[in-house]
Write a protein that binds this ligand. Structure first.
Ligand code: ZN
Ligand code: CU
Length: 480
């Protein structure tokens, strides 16, 4: 046989958690055409993967790449670590739909996607999907429509529950988004645009999920003292709608809550027996989002990631900024806003327990437009493979790969992805198991991972020899 591409002498980790094995892989028309001994077969392009792992391309379970896919379609922060699919539109914020447009200043935290507002240009979700199809990025994507985006587009004031009429409008927008290609709805109930929304509002807005086989993903109302209540709220929403739920970036934040993953994980496990529940986690004990006084209060250290009035403060410690300005921390926060921050407020033991929990997927939650972003943007997947699997032996490499491929595809319902199998989509990450790791740090956060040789999306090489190839074969994926 003659193929477009053959990867030879690979050590295959197939994404199912099965033990690795040696094989060659052939790729034709964007699919895996054969796996096995292909000595007598030839190809237009041959890749020697001796000493390398060939795994399914990684699926980033939690991203805010809605705009990055259009504004920097090489998707370098992602493909450089082996990511071939991103789930976008998380935490209640999606770039579309914006039937009423968006004026600056864009309300927090929607400004994480675009502070100026110009990218909120898609009047319908379908128009956004069309834009991605017309100018595809390097990675595939699965899209969520954000409840906070719907609220901002529908309500004059956000500090109250939606009225019946507003709920009906949001439900129609959600339904149209699902019809146009979204795989689910996300909420960010902790954030101001949605914190006044009662559980019942969320359920009513999300009703179309049941009819359209959608999924519910949530940045919960509380990830600190009231984390158990928030988990129960999430499970209730899933049960009342009859749809799968995903708990985003699961954590227990704030010193008094350290150790409480020993409570949350058994609860999640128990509820999983009665309903479909997934969760994702990023491999760091610091979080990152907008700068806010109440988050600062629970953190041992705070780094500023961007500031509109004070861009020169990006990358600096909040305490240092306050003393430089000669003001109290509270006043420094006021001066910096709107701004983003990194908060050191989690316990490493919780992070490890959550990462090692069998159903936990890997999601970066990277913030691609921050001036000095959390290193999770460029480092998450390589860090799990290098630091947590190889370095600390928290789990096997097979399990690490499963948490970023097969498990994720199954949880989000992405058929024929996440597993290396004949007939499946040819999304591949080829890496050196001895050296793979992040190089991004909190001090120098923008840096490609090491040990990632070649990354292939739908049969096309998107990353090779430490740089993007310029190929942009990404597709908008659906469930089922
Ligand atoms: Zn979030
Ligand atoms: Cu997020």
């Amino acid at each position: 046989m003659h193929y477009e591409l053959v990867v030879r002498n690979a050590t295959v980790i197939d994404g199912t958690r099965a033990p690795r094995y040696g094989a060659d892989l052939a790729i034709q028309d964007g699919r895996i055409a054969a796996i096995g001994g292909l000595d007598t077969d030839r190809a237009d392009t041959e890749i020697d993967a001796s000493g390398r792992i060939v795994a399914p391309g990684f699926i980033d379970a939690h991203t805010h790449d809605d705009r990055l896919m259009l504004s920097a379609p090489d998707m370098a922060p992602k493909v450089s670590q082996g990511v071939t699919t991103v789930v976008a539109g998380n935490c209640g914020i999606s770039l579309a739909p914006a039937p009423n447009g968006m004026r600056a200043p864009v309300p927090v935290p929607l400004d994480l996607l675009d502070a100026e507002g110009g990218w909120f240009r898609f009047r319908t979700f379908g128009a956004y999907v069309e834009a991605l199809r017309a100018a595809p990025p390097a990675t595939n994507c699965a899209l969520l429509v954000g409840h906070s985006t719907l609220r901002v587009q529908t309500m004059d004031k956000l500090d109250r529950p939606a009225t019946r009429a507003e709920i009906a409008r949001m439900r129609n927008l959600a339904d149209a988004a699902l019809a146009a290609g979204a795989i689910g709805v996300s909420t960010g109930l902790w954030y101001e645009p949605a914190s006044a929304a009662p559980t019942e509002e969320v359920i009513e807005v999300c009703r179309p999920l049941a009819m359209r086989d959608g999924i519910y993903c949530t940045h919960m109302r509380d990830e600190a003292d009231r984390v158990i209540d928030s988990l129960e709220e999430t499970f209730r929403i899933g049960r009342e709608l009859g749809v799968p739920v995903v708990i985003s970036h699961h954590k227990v934040a704030g010193t008094p809550n350290h150790g409480r993953s020993a409570e949350t994980l058994p609860l999640i496990e128990a509820r999983m027996r009665g309903q479909a529940i997934g969760l994702d986690c990023y491999p760091y004990c610091a979080s990152s989002t907008i700068l806010s006084a109440d988050r600062v209060a629970g953190a041992s250290k705070v780094l500023v990631t961007w500031s509109k009035p004070h861009p020169e403060c990006a990358g600096m410690e909040l305490d240092a900024i306050a003393s430089r300005l000669g003001v109290a921390v509270e006043q420094a926060i006021e001066t910096l806003l709107p701004a983003g921050a990194i908060y050191f407020a989690m316990d490493e033991a919780d992070v490890r327990r959550i990462l090692a929990f069998a159903p936990t997927m890997i999601g970066s939650d990277g913030l691609p437009h921050d001036a000095a972003p959390h290193p999770r943007l460029w480092g998450t997947f390589a860090r799990v493979l290098g630091h947590y699997a190889r370095g600390l032996n928290l789990f096997s490499l097979e399990t690490a790969v499963h948490k970023m491929t097969g498990l994720t595809a199954k949880t989000f319902g992405l058929a024929d992805r996440g597993v290396l199998k004949q007939g499946y989509a040819a999304d591949l990450a080829i890496f050196d198991p001895a050296t793979v790791d992040e190089t991004a740090t909190f001090a120098r956060p923008i840096a490609p991972a090491k040990g990632i040789d070649t990354v292939i999306v739908n049969g096309a090489i998107v990353w090779r020899d430490g740089k993007s190839t310029g190929a942009r074969p990404g597709r908008v994926l659906r469930r089922g």
